[in-house]
Design a binder for this molecule. Structure first.
Ligand code: UD1
Ligand code: CA
Length: 459
């Protein structure tokens, strides 16, 4: 089954009320148009071509792996295909004899549906197979016209339709598979003699049917073909996708206390026996191994979580957590954090670009930036690295089994050996050798009876 795909993404999307291009809006952190490109690729499309126009400087970077065609003037969906004609004509001589056309704003379409659309067109030797859906409220959609025998004979746009045609509930989803050579021949026959004065791609259906060529319809559940024109529709599509993704994970053995309150991006991988608590978001290339519990109220992006970890009320970005790591409540792991096996980042702890060694613990109120901790290090409450002098960032190194007293300031660059102890409240500016105690602290002054004398004076 060889086919190419053309994605129409030149339209304006005024109903989003946005300075951002419609197809650049994100659904579970992936741009709308990207969902469509990925579905086409997953279905095995030999090539993907994207027609861009409105706000194209925002759209092009999102589809750089596709061939891009610019539609300067938006004269309709038929015009958009005409613009791509040069590339398509070149294709007509390739093996790809079918062309799938998709809209850049229908992110829920699946690879399976695209494949069945192509098989239906190819197996029936049809000129076109139109992807249709049945809607209780078909307003704004093109209606599918069939003859008495049930064959598809045309598509009429809402604005051009008679009252009788408007009552038809079978609608054009905006996705099609065409026999490429027939499509290319038909493009010249399109006119803009309609209410909107546009070249309608949909007119190709009647052009082919009139010539006695076969036109098929493939009906799918309308949830899959919902287009996004407004933020209300974006939220609805997000719900549908959330349900689809979460159900697949639950079927594969992931527990969710409330799947309505868990959001998982399409490229996230989760092993069975992971438990996700409410208000958890897993995005990007995040991977979670079995036995880990995440949430409530946690967000992970592009991170790897090992087996049997707990992550509670935390944000984890581009970080790696080995097995049995404990994180939170309320930890913030920024890019470049590596938590080795059995280590801990506790309450109100921020870690950036640092490695926390096996079994080491940073339990309370700390900031560690650009640091490397050996194994079984214990960091006292409130201790921080002073890694930035306003100009440059410097490194802190702490050896195995060292015990950093509470409220120690580690002024980088600085290195503590193994088995080092620092006194609480110390500002450590010089390296400390293995096994040493470092204390930096003024002597304590004691004035006997001072409080009582203050109270006497006030009487
Ligand atoms: C189109 C179909 C309609 C179908 C509906 C499904 C036509 C004439 N009508 O209507 O039958 O029910 O989609 O959503 O095709 N685009 C361009 N260049 C243009 C015009 C549009 O790239 O010049 C792109 C848009 O960005 C969008 C897609 O084509 O991704 C569809 O355009 P839109 O204006 O939304 O079409 P509708 O009028 O909704
Ligand atoms: Ca339109």
């Amino acid at each position: 089954m060889i086919f190419s795909t053309l994605i129409l993404a030149a339209g304006a999307g005024t109903r989003m009320k946005s300075s951002k291009s419609k197809v650049a809006h994100e659904l579970l952190k992936k741009p709308l148009v990207r969902w469509v490109v990925d579905a086409a690729n997953a279905a095995g499309s030999a090539k993907v071509i994207t027609v861009v126009g409105h706000e194209r400087e925002q759209v092009i970077p999102l589809v750089e792996d596709t061939e891009i065609v610019v539609q300067e003037e938006r004269l309709g969906t038929g015009h958009a295909v005409k613009i791509a004609r040069d590339i398509l004509t070149r294709d007509a001589s390739d093996e790809a004899s079918s062309l799938v056309v998709l809209c850049g704003d229908t992110p829920l379409i699946t690879a399976e549906t695209i494949s069945s659309l192509v098989s239906s067109q190819q197996q029936n030797k049809a000129a076109i197979c139109v992807l249709t859906h049945l809607l209780d409220d078909p307003t704004n959609y093109g209606r599918i016209l069939r003859n008495a025998a049930g064959d598809v004979i045309g598509i009429v746009e809402e604005k051009d339709a008679t009252d009788e045609q408007r009552a038809i509930k079978e609608c054009n989803s905006g996705a099609y598979c065409f026999d490429l050579a027939t499509l290319l021949e038909s493009l010249d026959e399109l006119s803009c003699d309609n209410v909107q004065g546009e070249y309608y791609l949909t007119d190709v259906v009647a052009i082919c049917a009139d010539k006695g060529l076969a036109v098929k319809a493939h009906i799918v559940d309308a949830e899959e073909t919902q287009g996004i024109n407004s933020r209300v529709q974006l939220a609805a599509a997000t719900k549908s996708m959330q349900r689809r993704i979460n159900e697949a994970h639950m079927m594969a053995g992931v527990t969710m206390l409330d799947p309505d309150l868990v959001w998982i991006g399409p490229d996230v991988q989760i092993e069975n026996d992971v438990e996700l608590l409410p208000l958890t978001m897993l995005y990007g290339t995040t991977q979670v191994a079995g036995g880990s519990v995440i949430g409530p109220n946690s967000r992970l992006q592009d991170s790897r979580v090992g087996k049997d970890c707990t992550i509670e009320e935390s944000i984890v970005l581009s970080s790696t957590l080995e097995d049995e790591v404990s994180c939170g409540p309320r930890a913030y792991l920024r890019p470049g954090t590596v938590m080795k096996k059995g280590s801990k980042a506790g309450t109100h702890v921020e870690i950036k670009n640092s490695t926390i060694g096996e079994g080491s613990k940073v339990p309370h109120l700390s900031y560690f930036g650009d640091a490397t901790l050996g194994t079984n290090v214990n960091i006292g409450a409130g201790s921080i690295t002073c890694n930035y002098n306003g100009k440059t960032k410097s490194k802190t190194i702490i050896g195995d089994r060292s015990f950093v007293g509470s409220d120690t300031m580690l002024v980088a660059p600085v290195e503590l050996g193994s088995d080092v102890t620092t006194g609480a409240g110390s500002v450590i500016t010089k390296n400390v050798a293995d096994g040493a105690l470092a204390v930096e602290r003024g002597d304590q002054t004691v004035i006997e009876g001072w409080t009582y004398r203050q109270e006497e004076r006030q009487k």
